[in-house]
Design a protein around this ligand. Structure first.
Ligand code: KIV
Length: 277
């Protein structure tokens, strides 16, 4: 049985932190589950770190489902939440329902995540009243990057911070089971976390959130285009892969690889029977 939204609520109640990571493929999801991560986000950040887009805006629902399917196949216990991409829920409630339904039906995910505050609460209620668990996402909402004017910290003025705090309450009232707080001051994340009875999951929002989320490629040091201040690299995988590739090129050029150890052989007896030898 997979971890449910009830289990996540219990974790908040009992003061257990909720570590979350993104994953976009079978192999990495399998590793994260072996390490007993309770929740994986198939984030639309895959647009940048897997597909090479400049932002998350071009990501399509089919791309999200394609990646989410393999994450679901790799896991048995982990809760899988999938981002609804830009334009798959902002148009109207029935589009949102159809598209969220596809994520649950075709990919087999347990819940979806939507970006936005008060303005999307009617959509969230529409989905949650029809059996779709929804995670909210406020603060820096990357699908609105052009309106926000860049990937900048949100809620630095009292007015903006108040709006984020109010949005968090609107989202809770509309039925979300948890909220990602992206890139907001630690003190504002603390106020929201103490105020809500549902879990907050922070990214670049300090230590007071109920959980934390990191992008897989930042976490293992696999993405070099930029390194956000809030991302902690637990590995330097891109350096290791580059060094290993240079070593591989050298060994192939110098005929050190493959050696007999990595080769297959036919018996001498069989070999002798080959006519054209
Ligand atoms: O797409 C994503 O990876 C996200 C996280 C940054 C929270 O939404």
């Amino acid at each position: 049985m997979r971890i449910s939204i009830k289990d996540l609520h219990k974790m908040k109640k009992t003061g257990l932190k909720i570590p979350m990571l993104t994953a976009y493929d079978y192999t990495s999801a399998q590793i994260l589950e072996k390490a007993q991560i309770p929740i994986i986000l198939v984030g639309d950040s895959l647009g940048q770190v897997v597909l090479g887009y400049e932002s998350t805006i071009p990501v399509t629902l089919n791309e999200m489902i394609y990646h989410a399917k393999s994450v679901v196949l790799a896991t048995r216990k982990t809760h899988i939440v999938v981002d609804l991409p830009f334009l798959s829920y902002q148009t109207n409630n029935s589009d949102a329902m159809k598209n969220a339904g596809r994520v649950l039906k075709e990919a087999g995910a347990q819940s979806v995540k939507l970006e936005g505050g008060k303005e999307i609460t009617s959509t969230i209620s529409y989905l949650t009243n029809r059996g779709i668990p929804v995670m909210g996402h406020i603060g820096l909402t990357p699908q609105s990057v052009h309106q926000l004017g860049g990937y900048t910290i949100q809620g630095k003025t009292a007015k903006n911070a108040q709006k984020i705090i109010d949005d968090a309450s609107y989202l809770e009232d509309s039925g979300v089971y948890g909220i990602v707080l992206e890139y907001i001051p630690s003190q504002i994340a603390k106020i929201i976390t103490e105020k809500l009875s549902i879990p907050t999951i922070g990214i670049g929002s300090g230590r007071f959130c109920d959980g934390q989320v990191q992008v897989f490629h930042d976490f293992v040091g696999l993405f070099d285009d930029f390194k956000p201040k809030h991302a902690k690299r637990y590995l330097e995988l891109s350096k290791l892969i580059q060094q290993s590739t240079e070593q591989y090129i050298k060994e192939v050029n110098e005929k050190e690889f493959p050696s007999d150890k990595e080769s297959y052989f036919i018996s001498e007896e069989e070999l002798k029977q080959i006519k054209n030898l």
